[in-house]
Design a protein around this ligand. Structure first.
Ligand code: C2E
Ligand code: MG
Ligand code: MG
Ligand code: MG
Length: 288
């Protein structure tokens, strides 16, 4: 890509060549500087997982999503939307993703001390690069072994990018995860190009409908139509459904009416540190 950019820039004159390559270099430098900061941050314990509750449409707690947070000592928190892409493009996502998985397993092991709902599962986001890593399954198995976790208590959230690159390999890996007892969900459904045809043969357990479609429920009929179609499609494929980004009661009512199984969103809670989640769990279980 850099070569192509240089080539195009040269056509525009000498000075621009210099300008464009410098601008590009600045981007590269900024990314690698951030990646270095992240590496140091990881060693210094600046990363942690927040938990975001997931509830059944009747209101009972059924799970949580583990969301990575970077809280640098001397700077304001950095959003995953800015640091995850950097981790992805520098390869840092491999050690970082392994750290996330290990942390999530440790959390699950600790949660077993409390009275968890029987079907409670913790969702872990897996990036495309992690999934594509040839050691992915080996790493997962090793972390499970090291932490002693029950895979039944975990679900992996994969995005379409992970699945379409090599459908055969994706199918095999998902089968292997399934045979360990893990659930595998397709995250951000409705933002990509997933079609019934491309995912019908994959051993998924759930579809997670993206927040952008949920936001449209109150606004436009086309979003509602897509949500209904996604739910119908999931039903036809015997997949569970979960909606993310649910903020209002009317979105919740609509999803419940249309048969969405699980709900995640600010309507119930914001993502919270582990200690807070424990108290949340206590309150939730008392009500149930
Ligand atoms: P995602 O996997 O789609 O996660 C859902 C995002 O939506 C989270 O943002 C969550 O806080 C937010 N969200 C959920 N419900 C609501 C709501 O009702 N209102 C609003 N405004 N937001 C809601 P977050 O934590 O900023 O994470 C952003 C993205 O970063 C995630 O999107 C995921 O793609 C990525 N990410 C986060 N943690 C990890 C991780 O451990 N590994 C990898 N590979 N990616 C991660
Ligand atoms: Mg997710
Ligand atoms: Mg999502
Ligand atoms: Mg999303």
């Amino acid at each position: 890509h850099a070569d192509v950019a240089m080539y195009e820039a040269k056509d525009l004159g000498r000075n621009r060549t210099c300008f464009y390559s410098k601008a590009r270099q600045v981007i590269v430098d900024t990314r690698s500087a951030m990646a270095l900061d992240m590496q140091t941050g990881l060693d210094n314990g600046e990363f942690c997982l927040y938990l975001h509750p997931q509830v059944l449409k009747i209101g009972m707690l059924c799970g949580a999503e583990a969301l990575l947070r970077w809280l640098p000592r001397d700077k304001p928190p950095v959003s995953p939307d800015s640091f995850i892409p950097v981790a992805d493009s520098t390869g840092l996502i491999l050690p970082l993703g392994e750290w996330v998985l290990k942390q999530a397993c440790t959390i699950v092991m600790d949660l077993e001390k409390y009275q968890l709902p029987e079907d409670f599962a913790l969702a872990v986001n897996i990036s495309a690069l992690q999934f594509a890593d040839e050691n992915f399954i080996k790493t997962v198995k090793r972390v499970f072994h090291e932490t002693g976790v029950t895979p039944l208590r975990l679900k992996f959230e994969l995005t379409e990018t992970s699945l379409v690159q090599d459908m055969n390999r994706a199918g095999n890996i998902m089968k292997e995860l399934g045979s360990m007892g893990l659930q595998v969900e397709l995250d951000d459904f409705g933002t990509g190009y997933s079609s019934l045809n491309s995912i019908k043969n994959l051993p998924l357990t759930a579809l997670k409908i993206d927040a952008s479609l949920i936001r449209g429920i109150e606004k436009d009929e086309s979003s509602r139509a897509i949500v209904r179609a996604a739910l119908a499609m999931a039903r036809a494929m015997s997949l569970q459904t979960i909606a993310e980004g649910v903020e209002t009661q009317s979105q919740m009512d609509y999803l419940a009416k249309e048969g969405c199984d699980m709900i995640q969103g600010y309507l119930f809670a914001k993502p919270m540190p582990y200690e807070e989640f424990i108290s949340y769990l206590g309150r939730k279980l008392k009500i149930a």
